[in-house]
Ligand binder design. Structure first.
Ligand SMILES: [Mn+2]
Length: 308
């Protein structure tokens, strides 16, 4: 289908991470470097913290006429960034999340892939005699794989992941610079992390607790969204089973972020206007009393759980 179309517009999910941008931009770059006669665009909202990876094109609505749309790394249509994705001729979905919502004319979903960037690399491997892998596409695909595998530490890293990555690093791009940009943080966020590390509470049950009051957020000039950057900052404490962050809102209610290494925590989240995955979830607490309720439920889960 890529061969059949001269106009290709590539989308990905909202609030993009390195894999969303890496697969979107990596595929775009591969296509541009292989088919210079084709028009290839990337679209979606700009993510200021990741523009060193990829900047978006300005795509006019009329460009969609007779185009092929490819959506990367996005499980469901609601999460697709730039809602014009259905103005094209055909849609291809390429993704590694569970295929709960198979949209599009061609659906290529591989839940065994670490990342969509790994899948794009696999696509390249299939046609490597005909397609051109350049510094820029290799850098983008590498960034996506690094992002979704947590620098090759997560269990989604397979032999295939490492084999494909080896192919990418045969191309000479600056990996040191890429890592520096991907993992650097503003000074205020690092100091904020210091405060979190200083003040978190560790219970005998294996539950870690951190309260982030408005006063601390204001003092460190950290926004509610930015505060999510510290959610794993004390996860390596010996004996920790699960941990919870209570981030205070302006009105005294709390945003609740839950993480776990074993105890199932999304059922607790579901009781407090939230949900998520068994090991990573979010919820809301109306007041401090509700945060205490959440703590006691989480402590119960932690006490019932023991590592094998
Ligand atoms: Mn992904």
């Amino acid at each position: 289908m890529i061969n059949m179309y001269n106009k290709i517009i590539i989308h990905r999910h909202e609030s993009p991470d390195p894999d969303a941008l890496g697969s979107q931009g990596g595929l775009a770059r591969l296509l541009k470097d292989t088919f210079p006669e084709k028009e290839v665009y990337v679209t979606g909202e700009e993510e200021p913290s990741l523009t060193f990876l990829l900047k978006m094109d300005t795509v006019e609505e009329k460009t969609y006429q007779g185009s092929l749309v490819i959506v990367c790394d996005t499980a469901n249509q609601e999460r697709i960034s730039d809602k014009r994705y259905n103005l094209g001729d055909k849609i291809i979905k390429i993704d590694h999340h569970p295929n709960d919502e198979p949209y599009g004319d061609i659906v290529w979903v591989d839940t065994s892939a670490s990342s969509t960037s790994e899948m794009i690399t696999e696509l390249f491997m299939e046609v490597q005699d005909e397609w051109n892998l350049t510094e820029e596409s290799a850098r983008l695909l590498y960034a996506g794989i690094v992002g979704d595998t947590g620098r090759f530490r997560f269990p989604n890293t397979t032999a295939k992941t490492l084999q494909y990555t080896a192919e990418l690093i045969k191309i000479d791009f600056d990996r040191t610079e890429l890592y520096t940009k991907m993992y650097e943080k503003p000074e205020n966020l690092v100091r904020f992390q210091g405060r979190v590390l200083q003040d978190f509470e560790m219970r005998k049950s294996g539950l870690g607790i951190s309260y982030l009051p408005q006063s601390l957020l204001k003092e460190c000039k950290v926004s509610l969204n930015e505060s999510s950057a510290v959610v794993n900052s004390f996860s390596e404490v010996e004996g920790i089973k699960a941990w919870v962050f209570f981030v205070e809102n302006e009105d005294g209610s709390y945003r609740v972020r839950l993480r776990s290494k074993g105890p199932v925590i999304n059922k607790v989240a579901a009781q407090f206007d939230g949900g998520g995955h068994p090991m990573a979830a979010g919820a809301k607490a109306k007041n401090t009393a509700e945060t205490k309720e959440i703590i006691s439920l989480l402590e119960k889960e932690c006490l019932q759980y023991s590592f094998k």
